[in-house]
Design a protein around this ligand. Structure first.
Ligand code: UT7
Length: 324
């Protein structure tokens, strides 16, 4: 059986660090409130990098880890809701930046914080069916361009970043075991941004409806319930038990959501990878950014079962199981 094996991971975050203490100067908040309510202590802000720059840098690192050339890639799928431009797609920019061969397929997927797992689901189906041999799957977002930096309820939560994986068509048991993607459009008002991204962070918008809006409290409750259910779906589909899972890499929105999900599964803390303390919620970037760190820290071994779960605007949610 042909599976999509993950043969390389990569990530990129911009250099500029914005700490909770820095935010205390913009809005009425405190490091204590942000860290106890969310687990976040600092985040990165892209000043010189566009989303496609970040995506290309993450992808370059993933290609290097995989030991293959951009010329080997025949499909690029990017999960993002903050593209450089309305069109062309971020994926086409990445293709140009990396020198991926002309004629490869490249497109974006819009699923907010679930963007990476949606992109993985699609790329996996291309690879498994034999349409693509080597695929780049990228998650990237630059929410600093969507945020109202005067709104303490949202500006403390998000950061900018990107992560990528390379999938390769290979025979055997290793690779993507399952992906499940879902949405419920009737709850779109929980988390949305009405207008396209302006070009740079911290830029004043003309109207307040141009900023990202979130009903944090309700989103929190739905996220806890939905992420738990999404993991159960992945476990049942693969006939595996929580104790068979070597590592859970969840969407990095809030440590309290992640902890509730972990406790529902009965997983010990060391089996759940988090890095939101340093990067905040990077939307579609969050899962592949955390995965790349976990891989580079040696937390994922050959044949380990790794689970992913996401939740975000749409509403969208998704899970994936991979035998490493
Ligand atoms: O990635 C996509 C999915 N997104 C999520 O999953 C995010 C889900 N939501 C959350 O993570 C949490 O709801 C938040 C972190 C956004 C908020 O935490 P909360 O415990 O739900 O707080 P709250 O919204 O109920 O607010 C509690 C209090 C309020 O004050 P009062 O009304 O009790 O006086 C807020 O005004 O905290 C106040 N508050 C703040 N105080 C200091 C809200 N934001 C801040 C802040 N600093 N930054």
């Amino acid at each position: 059986m042909i599976r999509s094996r993950v043969i390389g991971t990569g990530s990129y975050v911009p250099k500029k660090v914005l700490t909770n203490h820095d935010l205390e100067r913009f809005v009425e908040t405190s490091d204590e409130w942000i860290s106890t309510r969310t687990g976040i202590r600092e985040r990165r802000i892209a000043v010189d990098d566009t989303p496609s720059d970040m995506a290309a840098k993450a992808a370059k690192a993933a290609l290097k880890a995989a030991g293959i050339s951009p010329k080997d890639i025949d499909l690029i799928v990017v999960g993002t809701v903050t593209p450089d431009m309305t069109f062309p797609s971020t994926a086409c920019f990445v293709q140009g930046h990396l020198g991926v061969k002309s004629g490869a397929a490249a497109f974006d997927v819009s699923a907010a914080c679930s963007g990476f797992l949606y992109a993985l689901d699609i790329a996996d189906k291309y690879v498994k069916s034999g349409v693509a041999q080597k695929a780049l799957v990228i998650g990237v977002d630059q929410f600093s361009r969507l945020i109202d930096w005067k709104d303490r309820a949202t500006c403390v939560l998000f950061g900018d970043g990107a992560g990528a994986v390379v999938l390769s068509a290979e025979k055997g048991q290793r690779g993507v075991l399952s992906c499940h993607i879902h949405s419920d459009g009737k709850h779109w008002e929980m988390l949305y941004s009405e207008s396209p991204c302006p070009p740079s962070p911290f830029e004043e918008r003309k109207a307040t409806n141009q900023y990202l809006k979130m009903n944090g409290n309700e989103t929190f409750k739905i996220a806890v319930r939905t992420m738990g259910n999404a993991i159960t779906e992945a476990l049942e589909a693969n006939n595996i038990k929580p104790e068979d899972v070597a590592l859970l890499v969840p969407h990095q929105a809030n440590l309290r959501i992640i902890d509730a999900t972990r406790q529902r599964l009965g997983l010990p803390e060391e089996k759940v990878y988090t890095n939101l303390e340093r990067f905040g919620n990077t939307s579609a970037g969050s899962i592949p950014l955390a995965l790349d760190e976990a891989v580079r820290l040696g937390k994922v071994k050959e044949n380990d079962i790794v689970l992913f779960v996401s939740f975000g605007g749409g509403l969208t949610w998704a899970s994936a199981a991979v035998r490493w």
